[in-house]
Design a protein around this ligand. Structure first.
Ligand SMILES: [Zn+2]
Length: 472
């Protein structure tokens, strides 16, 4: 997926063309830089390892896709850019310091042994930590730091499961003594409000917040406003958000509870209120009237494919040669194209079914069912009863059953009847009503009152230190 720009045609200077070798060197440098960035971004691939891998290698490579989609979804839902307490930049090249992380299929013992450390020391260090580190929680990507002496004996070992969970084992005489690092965690609910200056992003920075908060803010309203074009100086905004600090340092933002944006370009006020419903089907963001902000459905269950046959109740079937309603939309694309779940839901069928070939059926909330036919195959874990998330890769497009070529037949039922998927209002499919709306209105009113408070209001929600050894 490396895209390397072609070197443009060289201008002819006088009688001599410019020599080509500087371009070649530049090109090689660029390629090396790209590879460097690609390798450095290996942090992302480490996150993939959090998802348990199937024992057998899946021939379809579906697991990777499912993971990629999960990762994309997660990265859209949260910008986890918390500061790292153990920096991974090893620029100082201290010969007595090792900084690394646990790799896939690697135990802590093996990881340390690979640095050429003394196996006896390693065993003692790990044994010393058994009461402070929950080794069941350790995972690929966990960071560690080893301080060694000239004989490569371990002086100090630091293990970081997360910035909130760091443990240290230090050599004392002939033994090692471990303890959890004292991390003081504080969660505040803060209100940030004001006027947009040069840009919304810069405004948040000017208010002493991180750019991450601006991203969270913009993501809330991404279906309603294009901040790159419709945001302008003088627009007013407010946001109520939980902010987490560790040892007095910013760690991350937690939930955004409410936000408003008054756009002069659009001439309207946008509102977002988090509804903390005990029913997970309804928990999420709504506007002031109780309409869901998140699109409940994808526009299409795959990307980059064209519609080869729309929903049509009077279609002449290409193979059967008679009028047969087409209860779905056909998307033409190469075999293997990832197919995504149209919305959150539960798989009710994933198997071969006659002319449908491999068929996947997913049941969603509020009486919706989506169907995907002629599939090449299903993603790992996609079987009856599996829970899927919107946008998760669930299958590969194929040409199975009665089919004239690789395509996806995609259909949607609502309350048992086929409907044209293209007719679904993906923007506001769900609106709260009844008792849910009443509960929402009450919490919205409380959030509105909080938004109307003084700017920079700080309310401390949680203040806690990690337990010392022996206090657990
Ligand atoms: Zn079809």
């Amino acid at each position: 997926m490396l895209h390397i720009k072609q070197v443009p045609d060289l201008p002819v200077m006088g009688r001599h063309r410019r020599p080509v070798w500087p371009w070649l060197l530049g090109g090689i440098a660029l390629i090396l830089a790209v590879i460097g960035i690609y390798t450095f971004s290996g942090d992302d691939s480490d996150k993939l390892m959090l998802i348990p891998e199937p024992i057998d290698n899946d021939s379809l490579g579906m697991q990777e896709w499912a993971e990629m989609s999960e990762l994309t979804r997660q990265s859209l839902e949260s910008d986890d850019t918390g500061d790292e307490l153990i920096p991974q930049d090893d620029s100082e090249k201290d010969p007595f310091l090792i900084r690394s992380k646990i790799h896939r299929n690697q135990t802590l013992f093996v990881a340390l042994k690979n640095h050429g450390l003394d196996p006896g020391d390693i065993q003692q260090v790990i044994a010393s930590m058994e009461n402070v580190v929950d080794f069941k929680k350790t995972k690929p990507g966990d960071k560690y730091e080893v301080h060694i002496d000239v004989d490569k004996r371990i002086l100090k070992f630091i293990y970081e499961i997360s910035p909130e969970d760091i443990s240290i084992s230090e050599r004392q005489g002939n033994t090692y003594v471990a303890q959890k690092l004292d991390v003081h965690k504080r969660v505040e609910r803060i209100l940030v409000k004001g006027e947009v200056s040069s840009s919304l992003y810069q405004t948040f920075i000017d208010y002493g917040e991180k750019g991450e908060l601006a991203s969270n803010f913009m993501r809330l309203f991404k279906y309603d406003i294009d901040f790159s074009s419709d945001s302008q100086r003088g627009d007013e905004f407010s946001i109520l958000v939980d902010k987490v600090t560790l040892n007095g340092e910013f760690y991350r933002y937690d939930r955004v509870w409410a936000a408003t944006y008054d756009s002069f370009a659009r001439g309207k006020r946008l509102e977002a209120y988090y509804f903390d419903s005990p029913d997970p089907d309804f928990a999420g963001y709504y506007d002031g009237e109780g309409r869901a902000l998140k699109r409940s459905f994808l526009k299409t269950p795959l990307v980059g494919c064209r519609v080869t046959s729309p929903f049509n109740l009077k279609r002449m079937h290409p193979i059967l040669k008679r009028v047969r309603p087409h209860y779905g939309i056909d998307y033409g694309c190469p075999t293997g194209t990832p197919v995504m779940a149209f919305a959150d839901g539960v798989v009710t069928f994933a198997d071969w079914k006659g002319g449908n070939g491999n068929l996947l059926v997913i049941e969603h909330a509020h009486g919706y069912v989506s169907l995907y036919a002629h599939l090449y195959g299903f993603a790992v874990g996609i079987k009856k009863g599996a829970h899927v998330k919107q946008g998760q890769v669930v299958a590969k497009l194929g040409n199975t059953g009665i089919s004239t070529g690789p395509h996806l037949h995609f259909a949607v039922k609502h309350n048992g009847k086929y409907i044209d998927p293209a007719s679904i209002d993906t923007a506001h499919a769900f609106t709260l009503n009844g008792s849910k709306l009443q509960a929402f209105n009450a919490s919205r009113n409380a959030l509105r009152a909080a938004l109307n408070g003084q700017s920079r209001r700080h309310e401390v929600l949680v203040e806690a230190s990690s337990p010392k050894v022996g206090e657990e």
